[in-house]
Design a protein around this ligand. Structure first.
Ligand code: NAD
Ligand code: TDX
Length: 330
């Protein structure tokens, strides 16, 4: 199977490529624009097995050429950071909506199988004490420019599947953690803050809850859906990992041998979603998927070790990322 992986030099995409590049009978081409969030270094361990095409998913001619030569597209590429979408929504509209449209037109033209990687943020947020979790039937109610452009892209996929018979599946996953995540994101930002002598930064009071899943578990679910998912269906991916941000920041400090109170409260995010929680029982019951990382503390420790052992992967970006946050009071 020839698979085109968009965004394969980003966090989740590179982990997906590393995990699947050596599967017998699988041949992977990565299409990635190498924005600030993409790095060829993330693919160095599989550079002999994988071709990297540097280009934009909204470049129709390039996309048609690549899609015409593959059997399936797994679409990870996106502008993915909420804070950036509040500072400038325009690349989010362009990549997440126009880019997805461009891919859909190409898979429609060549009859290619398509898997769309999306987020639980399309459902908006939940109250802290709400017993309900997000399911496949939850109405869309996105809050940020990021999540609204992801919601729009999901809608395009559903329409192209229904109206044009595109062989598509969708997945909406909760917050990922693990190696190769950009240091603008919550967990790697705090780990690399501690490693560089900067105090960790917590938005507001830290009551906001995220449902953490290890990136390898997200990707094993994506593979399962690509292989055995029902065409036209949406699957929710989650590993029952709900924790508030205050608990996570304290756990990082503790695992790194610091005082768990040694962090700063900074300006809260505008429109900050309160809580996400995924019910992944359909995926578990129908496709037999289960997460491997069921102990968040152990997965977090392994992630801390990875950032400690791979300074070269992130240290050149650190000052610029923190300067940008400081300018925003965050
Ligand atoms: P990321 O920002 O780390 O990586 C995105 C990649 O896409 C980068 O390599 C970047 O260079 C590439 N890219 C951006 N614009 C492009 C364009 N126009 N053309 C080609 N390539 C482009 O993101 P991530 O965290 O790995 O997220 C991957 C996907 O998973 C996204 O669709 C995101 O919405 C979704 N998702 C992420 C999470 C999470 O917790 N990180 C959770 C659920 C879903
Ligand atoms: O320094 C910080 N301090 C802080 O308290 C940062 C960067 C974040 N936060 C908070 C905001 C969120 O409540 O931590 C939580 C997680 O923040 P992010 O890592 O920015 O993730 P989030 O906004 O929840 O979105 C992530 O999960 C869903 C991904 O970035 C999205 O791409 C994915 O769709």
């Amino acid at each position: 199977m020839r698979i085109l992986v968009t965004g394969g030099a980003g966090f989740i995409g590179s982990n997906f490529v590393i995990e699947n590049a050596r599967r017998p009978g699988v041949n992977i081409t990565v299409l990635d624009a190498l924005t600030y969030a993409g790095s060829p270094a993330s693919l160095s361990s599989v550079s002999d097995q994988v071709s990297l095409v540097v280009g934009d998913i909204a470049d129709a001619r390039l996309v048609h050429d690549l899609v015409s030569k593959c059997d399936a597209v797994v679409h990870f590429a996106a502008e993915s950071h909420n804070d950036n979408s509040l500072a400038d929504p325009s690349p989010f509209v362009q990549t997440n909506i126009v880019g997805t449209y461009t891919l859909l037109e190409a898979v429609r033209a060549y009859g290619v199988r398509y898997h769309h990687v999306s987020t639980d943020e399309v459902f908006g947020d939940l109250e802290l004490d709400d017993p309900a979790k997000f399911t496949e039937h939850t109405a869309y109610n996105p809050s940020s420019p990021y999540s609204s452009t992801k919601a729009a892209s999901d809608m395009l996929v559903r329409a192209w599947a229904r109206s044009f018979g595109v062989r598509a599946t969708l997945s909406n996953c909760s917050n990922n953690y693990g190696p190769y995540q950009h240091i603008e994101k919550f967990i790697p930002r705090q780990i690399t803050n501690i490693l560089t002598g900067v105090r960790p930064k917590l938005y507001g009071a830290g009551r906001n809850v995220r449902d953490w899943i290890h990136v390898d578990d997200h990707n094993s679910a994506v593979w399962r859906i690509l292989d055995s998912g029902e065409i036209g269906r949406t699957y929710l991916i989650g590993a029952d990992g709900e924790l508030d941000n205050l608990s996570v920041i304290r756990m990082i400090l503790e695992l790194m041998g610091r005082d768990p109170h040694d962090f700063d409260h900074v300006t809260d995010r505008a429109g900050h979603d309160l809580r996400y929680a995924i019910d992944s029982s359909t995926l578990r019951d129908e496709l037999g998927w289960h997460p491997r990382y069921t102990n968040f503390r152990e997965g977090l420790q392994a992630t801390i070790d990875w950032y400690r052992d791979n300074h070269g992967w992130w240290e050149n970006d650190k000052d610029a990322v923190e300067a940008r946050y400081q300018a925003q009071g965050a």
